[in-house]
Write a new protein. Structure first.
Length: 268
């Protein structure tokens, strides 16, 4: 199919790309944006059905963009070339790299999960900031977590900043959103031990047993874990703080705890 070139900022497709930055329009259309070479490449690697790819060579940063566009077209994506100004109007980033995909949202349930013998999960409750959620996904992927369970989510998983901060690993880590009751029942049914992080704990995270079937629990940036999760947790741990700060950014705390679990699990 010939590649259509779009130069007008008033073009209907350009206007719709701008709309898709807003959650209401994303949810109404069941679509979301994938901006950036790395993110789009990882989406294609994981067989995400990227319906459309918009590109602007004037913004390209490297030499591999043409090969990526061929991969996208071969996978069924329809390509559109945008002028420099038209792409800038659509882009979410301050300095775009000239690649923007549109893909359908998906929904996964806990029943879709296929857990190994010793599952390693991250449960994140009511994370508020898209950048933090994306970084949590990136950390979970790096640590080899089997899934991320979003408990009572506040942030939209398909927010462009989540996709960006995750560097595209959103497409490789199973992410499932559910309410507290449903996730608790799932963890109990599969005999997965829960370890909650809280500054009020007396046990250091390095002293806890983080081997075996495990779910690490992380709470919101402002309030931490809810009383329900703290009461239901099998164990509560803290990260020692030597300075004046009494807590870490949730993404930093998550990564520290995840990799302590990785260290212990490798020694089994």
């Amino acid at each position: 199919m010939p590649i259509e070139t779009i130069t007008s900022l008033r073009n209907a497709r350009v206007k719709n790309l701008v709309k898709l930055r807003d959650r209401r329009h994303r949810d109404n259309q069941g679509l979301f944006l994938i901006e950036g070479y790395r993110e789009l490449s990882r989406a294609l690697e994981k067989k995400i059905a990227v319906a459309e790819v918009f590109f602007s060579p004037e913004w390209f940063l490297g030499e591999n963009e043409d090969a990526l566009l061929r991969r996208a077209e071969e996978s069924g994506s329809r390509l559109f070339r945008l002028s420099r100004d038209a792409f800038l109007k659509c882009a979410y980033r301050d300095r775009p790299d000239g690649l923007l995909g549109v893909a359908p949202q998906w929904t996964r349930s806990l029943d879709d999960l296929r857990l190994p013998e010793d599952p390693f999960l991250l449960v994140a409750e009511s994370i508020e900031k898209p950048g933090n959620l994306g970084t949590l996904l990136r950390g979970a992927d790096a640590a080899g977590a089997d899934a991320v369970l979003l408990c009572d989510p506040v942030t939209d998983l398909f927010n462009p900043n989540v996709v960006r901060a995750s560097t595209g690993v959103l497409f490789s880590v199973p992410v499932i959103a559910a309410d507290t009751k449903t996730i608790l029942e799932f963890l109990n049914r599969h005999a997965i031990r829960t370890v909650a992080t809280t500054p009020a704990a007396t046990l250091l995270y390095t002293e806890a047993d983080l081997s075996g079937p495990l779910a690490i629990l992380m709470g919101s940036e402002q309030y931490g874990l809810s009383e329900t999760w703290l009461e239901q947790a099998d164990q509560k741990v803290r990260i020692p703080m030597a300075g004046q700060a009494d807590s870490l950014n949730v993404a930093m705390a998550t990564i520290i705890t995840l990799f302590e679990a990785v260290r212990q699990r490798r020694q089994q």
